[in-house]
Design a protein around this ligand. Sequence first.
Ligand code: GDP
Ligand code: MG
Length: 371
Amino acid sequence: YESLTVAELAKKLNREPSEIIKKLFMLGVMATINQSLDKDAIELVCADYGVEVEEEVRIDKTDLNVYFEEEDPEEALVERPPVVTIMGHVDHGKTTTLDAIRHTRVTEAEAGGITQHIGAYQVDINGKKITFLDTPGHEAFTTMRARGAQITDIVVIVVAADDGVMPQTVEAINHAKAANVPIIVAVNKIDKPTANPDRVMQELTEYGLIPEDWGGDTIFVPISALKGEGIDQLLEMILLVAEVSELKANPNRRAIGTVIEARLDKGRGSVATLLVQNGTLRVGDPIVVGNTFGRVRAMVNDLGRRVKEATPATPVEITGLHEVPQAGDRFVVFEDEKTAREIGEARAQMALQASRAQKSRLTLDNLFEQM
Ligand code: GDP
Ligand code: MG
């Protein structure tokens, strides 16, 4: 313990405070009941009682990862939607697939909202939601992972049936495997006369992706993203895999999550799309995002509608941050603005120092190079 009052120490030792005061006096320390004792005094008293002082591990409050390690009580957990990333070789149809999925949402017209690009969107299938990250691309995935953010629950690998397994297909498989994320294969472009889905399946067996029909456990869905065929089946399979994964979160805690993308808007200032990974994010929440902080001023969902709160696995665009964070940065909501400010400022300071150190190192290196 860093410091304890006499009363607190007495309680921990199961003694009367007066006894502790007496003991302290005998040990040469004059103390009153509410006085805080330093480590030495605490150790002295404890040693006298034959109690060993266990040093409490001091958590670094400025380390946002710490807040991600806090576990929720089992009974607080409820089902949450899966977060899905689409990967695959260039031109195999990632963008077209994401568009086709987006078009399946009936909610758009009903909600009367305008679909806006916020880097992620949700679809609703018979009351079950799926969150899609709208940034297909291995770079985004790798960047996030390199920064310690694991936000994807399921990877859909799109393979064009007329082209087969290509270098980036293999890369995608490796990424997903390294992240230990289940893979669903969407065999795309089956409308093409030259399409050969069997060949794709055959080729993928080499990478350990074996269809269920062939005794494996990988789900393959033939689709034509262009014609919108097989998209419903693909969504159903995603829900099936999500169910098996038992994805859960605790909506009744302060929100934590990750930045999907961020930019500076002329009128609105710093605008960031956040994926809430646990807890519920609310307008007005004091928040630290990467090395910046603020208070959530306004929140907009993927349909362009203003919302007051965002539950786990929901992407929202927020304003109210002092600076623009980076994609892959983590965010944490704090109990009050003062704490958020302190932690945010400490983090900004540390980042500044780190970048200065890096710069001076670089100039030193340059110097040595020139010598
Ligand atoms: P990405 O690079 O993986 O995002 O691929 P795109 O979605 O941009 O698609 C590349 C090209 O393939 C585009 O010209 C699409 O129109 C076409 N394409 C995508 N899906 C299909 C499909 O199911 N059938 C056919 N015939 N063409 C497709
Ligand atoms: Mg694309």
